[in-house]
Design a protein around this ligand. Structure first.
Ligand code: NAP
Length: 223
């Protein structure tokens, strides 16, 4: 669907990192872009608040979800299960709540684009929460794409991308992690938010794309 002055796009998670890059790109087009996150008063783990948000917002055209980047590391045997459940509550159940609440308000031609991550399809010891959460989201998006058709539902799956999500690490540890990844990835570098944002625009713009997982990961899945 082409953009016009009435087009409304909502980016949940748009206050930071990849979501902010998507919001920037969409704001160069006609229409309006709404950004939401806890900073703007919306916690997607609160499904009543999510319903309320869309009731107040009314009809929309495109929903992009990038919210919820944190998940505890640890093996299946020793991971902190409370933290694991809390991560699922935000990224997985929060995404489901957003889709449920927005579905009744999406105009014909509308889209939903979720975010998973390359670990959804990699078996790396110690990362099971991210793997399980993102794999569940990819599977759910494919079912939603059939249930909500002809609305289109897709997923962008980023690889390691330099965003505020890593600001909790020391600069030294962060740089070392990015350098290691750049040295091993076929693309020879880590991702930037703008690289990943292009995937959401592709999903929104191409009317023949639905139920797809768009990998933008520098070749992580082939290395
Ligand atoms: N960066 C990477 O290397 C990478 C790799 C693979 C996958 N991903 C995925 O890409 C997505 C975006 O990651 P990012 O790196 O851009 O992360 P980020 O910079 O940390 O941004 C996360 C966004 O989510 C919002 N958020 C967090 N919890 C929320 C909640 N409960 N309710 C509403 N909003 C919430 C944050 O805003 P508030 O704090 O204001 O709520 C922020 O806007 C995530 O799903 C992440 O798992 C990222």
């Amino acid at each position: 669907m082409s953009f016009n002055d009435n087009t409304l796009s909502v980016v949940v998670g748009g206050t930071s990192g990849i979501g902010a890059a998507v919001a920037r790109a969409l704001s160069l087009r006609p229409g309006r872009v709404e950004i939401a996150s806890r900073a703007s008063g919306l916690d997607i783990a609160d499904s009543a608040a999510v319903s309320d948000y869309f009731r107040k917002l009314g009809p929309l055209d495109h929903l992009v979800v990038t919210a919820g980047s944190s998940a505890p590391g640890g093996t299946v045997v020793d991971v902190d299960l409370d933290a694991a459940r809390a991560a699922f509550d935000v990224k997985f159940w929060g995404s489901v709540a957003l889709a449920r609440a927005a579905s009744g308000y999406l105009r014909p031609g509308g889209t939903i684009t979720f975010t998973s991550g390359f670990l959804a399809r990699r078996a790396v010891p110690g990362t099971f929460v991210k793997t399980a959460m993102n794999a569940a989201l990819e599977a759910t998006a494919k079912i939603l794409a059939r249930e909500l058709a002809p609305l289109r539902v897709n997923v962008v799956s980023p690889g390691l991308t330099q965003t505020e999500a890593y600001h909790g690490m020391t600069a030294e540890a962060r740089d070392a992690m990015f350098d290691r990844a750049a040295a091993t990835l076929p693309a020879g570098r880590t991702g930037r938010s703008d690289d990943i944002a292009r995937g959401y625009l592709f999903a929104i713009d191409n009317p023949f794309v639905t139920g797809s997982v768009i990998d933008i990961e520098g070749g992580a899945l082939i290395s």
